[in-house]
Design a protein around this ligand. Sequence first.
Ligand SMILES: *[C@@H]1O[C@H](CO)[C@@H](O)[C@H](O)[C@H]1NC(C)=O
Ligand SMILES: *[C@@H]1O[C@H](CO)[C@@H](O)[C@H](O)[C@H]1NC(C)=O
Ligand SMILES: *[C@@H]1O[C@H](CO)[C@@H](O)[C@H](O)[C@H]1NC(C)=O
Length: 526
Amino acid sequence: METAKGFISIHLPLPLLLVWIVIACLVESASGGPAGELHRSQFPPSFLFGTATSSFQIEGAYLQGNKSLSNWDVFSHIPGKIEDGSNADVTDNHYNLFLEDVKLMKDLGVNAYRFSISWSRLLPKGRFGEVNPDGVEFYSQLIDALLERGITPFATLNHYDIPQLLEDRYGSWLSTEIQLDFAFFAETCFKEFGDRVRYWVTFNEPNVFIYDGYLIGTYPPSRCSEPFGNCTAGDSRLEPYVATHNLLLAHAAAVNIYRKKYQEKQGGMIGIVMSAPWYEPYSDTPADRLAAERVNAFNFAWFVDPLVFGDYPPEMRQVLGERLPIFTPEEKIKLAAKLDFIGINHYTVNYAMDCMFSPCPSPYSFGEAAVYFTGEKDGVYIGDPTAMSTFFVVPRGIKEMVMYTKKRYNNMPMFITENGYAQATASKEVLLNDTKRIEYQQSYLQSLSDAIREGADVRGYFVWSLLDNFEWLHGYLVRFGLYYVDFNTLERTPKLSALWYKDFLSGTGVSLHQPVTTSKAEVMAS
Ligand SMILES: *[C@@H]1O[C@H](CO)[C@@H](O)[C@H](O)[C@H]1NC(C)=O
Ligand SMILES: *[C@@H]1O[C@H](CO)[C@@H](O)[C@H](O)[C@H]1NC(C)=O
Ligand SMILES: *[C@@H]1O[C@H](CO)[C@@H](O)[C@H](O)[C@H]1NC(C)=O
């Protein structure tokens, strides 16, 4: 609020200053405010503001409460898979500290929390065994603790981790059997928790775990083939499409059960969450513009088109032909219109370069889309780099992604289910003073509010993440938390960004726009 500082410096009488602030805020909320200005009132009163986590990344207690091993438990114990040689056996020990974590959320003033349910905790043997009472009790207590504090639970059924038994027994996503297991898992959750949970996500970022698990082989089950990656087994030109096919039908089966037996009674919504970076053409050439459209389709519409329209995107069919599985007419009916909302996990923008009509550095950097993506052009980054090598700070991306989704899917309800800033691990003092995270969240929220003002039906926003946690292949080297976690003592400490979020959510607003002062950081660190 540049002008406000000017007024304050000439010592405006207090009542006049208050009047000015009210007028200024009214004017700005009508006009959207100048760049850098952000206020809670730019979002609808019913808007969900929360933080997000996932079971494997925060729970720990990997052998406690009769949980079975998940695919990620097994994978992260294989030497060389995780960059810092760590695992998530303990991580934040949220399983035992969840009440403390719910209190942290209450302190922040969020009205929603996105978490995931560990499949191997709830159903250690999948559909071949009993429901685990300890698993039911844990999530039940978590949900009740949230509701008691006015925090809306937003539950993800599957966030990468599945019982290892389903991998060993029939090859998980490569088998049609997974449809039966996922439907059983989903129904168990609706039955046990649906009386209190109104927001369900079937899958978190299936586009990431299928791509990484079956195309380049860096995630479990480590399957791929040349030239996409180096694995001992797999077929990158076939398996990603087979796995996706089964996953989409599993989603449809779960949604059918929800709609038939639970939705009316429980009054909730069910959707999917996609990893949704935005891709911009590397240059103005028609080939690069087509490449950007193609990669957005290969990444995002690959999963969303079938669940809205009943078939894969034409952009993919054109390239892959018959290698993309064909849905039967019955399957098309089963799949179409199976989303109540789309969850968007958005962090960054990358450039897309054509590799179909032109030579380029690597023709396989996005599967078979024949697109090379990069965050750099002529030695200049697309935005400030972060601790994640492909993530750059480009706030316009969130608006672009939302407007693309709005247009392609007829303004279906959307939630920003993840958005956050990666810090490379460093001293506690440095990590607590996360001014770059504040700038990031603030500028992305500003851009999101522009999209809402232009008519996008966005209903909520979740910061990734509540806590520093186990960041998949990066282990503990990358930190996304609003709360710092000391992984030796498991003590949680609010970062400066936690204070910022709290200020923003309280709606007091005015103080938000002042530069972050050292004294505030010192208070935080003490
Ligand atoms: C775990 O399961 C066994 C049966 O398989 C049961 O006897 C035991 O009480 C359970 N332990 C806990 C902590 O629930
Ligand atoms: C696979 O490994 C071989 C030998 O180490 C290497 O030459 C090749 O570039 C690797 N391929 C990929 C896609 O990583
Ligand atoms: C926090 O970081 C800002 C720059 O990002 C710096 O100006 C300030 O001195 C830092 N404060 C502390 C307490 O380290």
